[in-house]
Design a binder for this molecule. Structure first.
Ligand SMILES: O=C(CO)[C@H](O)[C@H](O)COP(=O)(O)O
Length: 212
């Protein structure tokens, strides 16, 4: 059921792709369905900006040109999955450790279309542990700062991001004020990216093929 909804969502997002576009592409199993569907349109688009080595490999394998965000300018569309989505289209992302490049591309895009299955919908963010990308030497400092704020930090041991950094997953937060928490955590030295997409939430959410 969930895999089918992911496929439906990935394919439904194709309707937002305009001719000649450069499409921002996220990371994950739902996005993989989008990339497969995007390949059918590859002659109608200029290419994609990718949020991870994983998506880059997939895009290239299907013959979709991968472009550098520094040379494309702003993008009209970004399509990505999420780990949780609240009724205000605010998200937790980073389950696939690609949150930093995902947040950069989301910020560079006019429209963020988020593709999820129904299991990702929540009223309050935080049941899914919040991923935070950190500079390796700051892991303990960041962990202590998180503990002061009532969270339980767990190092995702063995995972190195595409940027050479580490991931801390924060358990035990019920995130009533996602914008405030995102701003607060962004002030802690050593944090590269917080997996809360609240200041820049999604514009459109597709749950399977249904837009909410
Ligand atoms: O944020 C992400 C990667 O960093 C993904 O979008 C998120 O983990 C959802 O993945 P999936 O579509 O495989 O459920």
């Amino acid at each position: 059921m969930s895999a089918n909804e992911k496929k439906l969502a990935g394919e439904a997002a194709i309707r937002f792709v305009e001719d000649n576009a450069i499409v921002g592409v996220g990371t994950g199993s739902t996005v993989a369905f989008f990339i497969d569907a995007l390949a059918d349109l590859k002659d109608r688009i200029q290419g994609a900006v990718s949020s991870s080595e994983q998506s880059t490999a997939h895009l290239k394998r299907l013959g979709i040109p991968v472009l550098d965000l520094n040379s494309t300018g702003a993008l009209s569309l970004y399509v990505d999955g999420a780990d949780e989505c609240d009724p205000h289209k605010r998200l937790i992302k980073g389950g696939g450790a690609a949150l930093t490049r995902e947040k950069i591309i989301a910020a560079a895009s006019d429209k963020f279309v988020c593709i999820i299955d129904s299991g990702k919908r929540v009223n309050l963010l935080g049941k899914f542990p919040l991923p935070i990308e950190v500079i390796p030497m700051a892991r303990s400092l960041v962990g202590r700062e998180i503990a002061k704020r009532g969270g339980s930090p767990v190092w995702r041991d063995g995972v190195v991001t595409d940027n050479g950094n580490w991931i801390i997953d924060v358990h035990g937060w019920q995130i009533a004020d996602p914008v405030g928490l995102e701003k607060d955590l962004n002030q802690i030295p050593g944090i590269v990216t917080v997996g809360l997409f609240a200041q820049r939430a999604a514009d459109v959410v597709l749950v399977g093929d249904k837009q909410i």
